[in-house]
Design a protein around this ligand. Structure first.
Ligand code: BGC
Length: 758
């Protein structure tokens, strides 16, 4: 044993001495380089313009190109392909004075050309290996095509589905969000950033961007420190703990100061308290937007951002153009400029760019890696695991591959929309529609008919706003009645109707907030008419956010929420519809009854007048017109299998200090198909020095159960799971009673109680 520890210790010492030798080598290299740099060149490193205007062959004549040659650019984003990136990198390493390579960023958010489900969908898999794998594949593809830096993951906790960017995040829960943040960072960065198939990750948007007032994008956020620390900050911190290389500051203000210039947020918390060692980049024009925020002119806001701890300026060119003057005025310090420059150079060093600026530019690799058959195969299976079966009355699903199936709806033949929002690298010309995917999977076993049935929305202008970036739904300009009647004729010929309706891809995402969260009326009319035919109807719901589905839940026999499943979604949907894949997704976000209930989330506080018992009760915390319940709670999702939960077994009910509590349930699949179930652990701290949520997710396990199989699922709980930030923001646990809850979703749980004292 002694020998083992000695060997282990020696091993650890060896690893740490190799790491510190590498660090020392990097430090020497960067110190020497920085000695040669002028102030202007140092500021150049902090400058990140967008490369929108680059075209191969014309690069050298653009404004950005001139700046690169002059050493005034640190990196570029929005540029795709080895050919273009190579050409631009050459300007930097062949024509600029110090030959410092550029870093190349891109929003590789949920896949590169092989597109995975939108992050909100992916989060519903609750499968960390699968999520990490999706990021790994994305990194592999992007890195082979010249990219070495991605603006992902987006880990903003969001409780307001009016906000379009809920689609880009992981839902409402900090614990689940934190696990996903780690998985994504690991997937992108691997264990060695200098490898040519790993890329630097950038966690965003730091911080609290998801709490925008009224769900309107870019709006103000304001919350107590306790809420911030207990409910919003953990996923960013988790990414930092996973070693994320960069962090993006958010657009919103925090405590009256925009995040981009908030010293407490950027320096005191992130850099000092959390020990973040990478670099901090602004969001797109985040610096110049502070003029409109009302905290100064470009000179002032640039100085404020830099001195608050920001290292890189995306697009504003505020740092590039104003910092020399601020240095003279004494509003910025040379040591801060040096520190920011050093951080950018370190990132480039770690990516191996000084050794080989063309490390990520390998046309041959790109040809093999990008949109490869094996990546697409994995994406198909991953997509199927992100879908959430919301309703399945009388086992309406799976369908048989037989007879005549009518596929109807504006999302049925809309290949450009399958990838969802923020699929910027996707090659839309290679996209496949749901109709094509369904036909391919069915082969000659069933007859597929198609009709559009309705436009996205009766309002053509709204449809135009919701179908930007080439993601057209090919609006049909005939009257709604004509389009509907045509669909009914088709529907009447079928044995079963599959309705492909919901949102378009760009109806969620950045700057796509909505105040009405229903399926657009014209599509709901279509659904009603289809139900009236008396044929079985399956609703395949496309959406980038929780919608208000009270009517649909009450009236449609089967609802499969497929989010936007990515480039392989059409095949994956067919796999699930026909039972070749069994749905196992669980919602990472609550689906409210109506917009008036928002924000509605499972981990709320109890209040002094909770509604204990049936709705409605006068003078209790509830509404006159709807109950407090969601349509679908957090953690909810059905399967073609059926799972039964035993009562909870506890190893102990009276615990002391650092003991470990084991809480178990036996889960039985009492159906005749195999399926996966996400077993969820929640804890309630019943009495605290501050009020505590009615429940908080503290663990989960995804288990695979064969038909008829039972498995014991155990969670080990330690005082770590009981900790929270108290009124003084001290992170600790308190003695008392705790409810331990285990179940299939946040509403349907088994409960047991323990007492735990210090
Ligand atoms: C978004 C970021 C994105 C950046 C670069 C901004 O508008 O808020 O999420 O990474 O643009 O494209």
């Amino acid at each position: 044993m002694k020998k083992f520890y000695f060997t282990l210790l020696a091993g650890l010492m060896l690893v740490s001495s190799i790491v510190s030798a590498q660090d020392a080598k990097m430090k020497t290299f960067i110190d020497q380089l920085m000695k040669k740099m002028t102030l202007e060149e140092k500021l150049g490193q902090l400058n990140l313009p967008s490369a929108n205007d680059f075209v191969t062959g014309a690069a050298a004549s653009t404004d950005v190109a001139k700046k690169i040659i002059a050493g005034k650019v640190g990196g570029l984003f929005n540029i795709k392909s080895v050919a273009k990136i190579k050409e631009v990198q050459k300007l930097a390493v062949e024509q600029s004075r110090l030959k410092i390579p550029l870093i190349f960023g891109m929003d590789v958010i949920h896949g590169y050309e092989t597109v995975f489900p939108i992050p909100l969908g992916l989060s519903c898999s609750w499968d960390m290996d699968l999520i990490e794998r999706s990021a790994r594949i994305a990194a592999n593809e992007a890195s082979s095509d010249g990219i070495n830096w991605t603006f992902s993951p987006m880990v903003d906790i969001a409780r307001d589905p009016r906000w379009g960017r809920v689609s880009e995040g992981n839902g409402e829960d900090p614990y689940l969000g934190g696990q996903i943040a780690k998985a994504m960072v690991n997937g992108y960065q691997g264990n060695d950033l200098s490898k040519n198939n790993t890329i630097m990750s950038c966690v965003k948007h730091y911080a609290l961007y998801g709490a925008a007032e009224a769900g309107r994008d870019y709006n103000t956020t304001d919350m107590s420190r306790q809420r911030m620390f207990n409910e919003y900050l953990y996923p960013y911190k988790a990414a930092v703990e996973a070693g994320v290389g960069s962090v993006m500051a958010s657009f919103n203000e925090i405590d009256g100061i925009p995040a981009t210039a908030n010293k407490w947020l950027l320096t005191d918390l992130l850099k000092k308290q959390w020990g973040f060692k990478g670099f901090l980049v602004s969001d797109y024009t985040g610096i110049s937007e502070m003029i409109a925020h009302g905290i100064g002119d470009i000179q002032t806001v640039s100085a404020k951002a830099l001195m608050a701890g920001l290292d890189m300026d995306m697009v504003s060119e505020g740092l590039l153009n104003n910092t020399a003057k601020s240095l003279k005025d004494g509003t910025v310090s040379m040591s801060r400029i040096d520190d920011a420059c050093k951080k950018i150079l370190e990132a480039k060093y770690k990516l191996g760019l000084f050794e080989d600026p063309f490390r990520y530019c390998d046309e041959n690799r790109a040809k093999i890696e990008v949109f490869s058959a094996s990546n697409r195969k994995e994406a198909r299976s991953i997509a199927a695991q992100s879908f959430v079966l919301l309703k399945n009355q009388n086992n309406a699903l799976p369908l048989k591959k037989a007879g005549t199936i009518a596929l109807i709806g504006p999302l049925a033949d809309a290949k450009e929309n399958m990838g969802g929002t923020w699929s910027v690298a996707a090659n839309l010309s290679k996209a496949v529609s749901f109709l094509t995917g369904l036909k391919e999977v069915v082969g000659d076993k069933a007859n597929i008919l198609y009709a559009k049935g309705a436009n996205l929305d009766a309002d053509a202008a709204l449809e135009e706003r919701s179908t930007m970036f080439g993601k057209s739904l090919h609006r049909d300009n005939r009257s709604a009645e004509v389009i509907l009647n045509e669909a009914l004729e088709v529907a009447n010929k079928a044995d079963v109707i599959v309705a492909a309706i919901g949102e378009s891809a760009e109806m969620s995402g950045e700057s796509s907030s909505r105040t009405n969260l229903g399926i657009p009326a014209v599509q709901q009319d279509l659904l009603k008419a289809l139900l009236k035919t008396g044929k079985p109807v399956v609703l395949v719901l496309f959406t980038g956010r929780p919608l208000t589905l009270g009517w649909e839940n009450a009236n449609v026999p089967a609802i499969l929420n497929v989010w936007f499943g990515g480039s392989e979604a059409p095949y994956a949907i067919a796999d699930v519809l026909f039972g070749e894949a069994n749905p196992s997704g669980k919602l990472s976000t609550t689906f409210p009854q109506n917009v008036g209930q928002i924000p509605l989330f499972y981990n709320h506080k109890n209040t002094g007048r909770p509604l204990n018992g049936p709705w409605f009760q006068k003078f209790q915390s509830n509404y006159l017109d709807v109950s407090n319940e969601p349509v679908y709670p957090f953690g909810f999702g059905l399967s073609y299998a059926n799972f039964n939960y035993s009562e909870i077994e506890l190893s102990n009910t009276n615990l002391k200090g650092n003991q470990t509590l084991s809480a178990s349930v036996t889960v039985t699949n009492n159906s005749n198909v195999a399926g996966k179930e996400v077993v969820q652990l929640y804890i309630r701290d019943i009495v605290g020095s501050s009020t505590r949520p009615v429940k908080e997710l503290k663990g989960f396990q995804k288990v695979n159960l064969k038909a008829g199989e039972s498995k014991k699922v155990s969670f080990n709980i330690t005082p770590e799971e009981l900790k929270f930030y108290n009124y003084d923001l001290k992170y600790d646990w308190e003695s008392g009673d705790f409810n331990i809850m285990i179940g299939t979703n946040s509403r349907d749980v088994k409960t047991a109680k323990v007492n735990w004292v210090k």
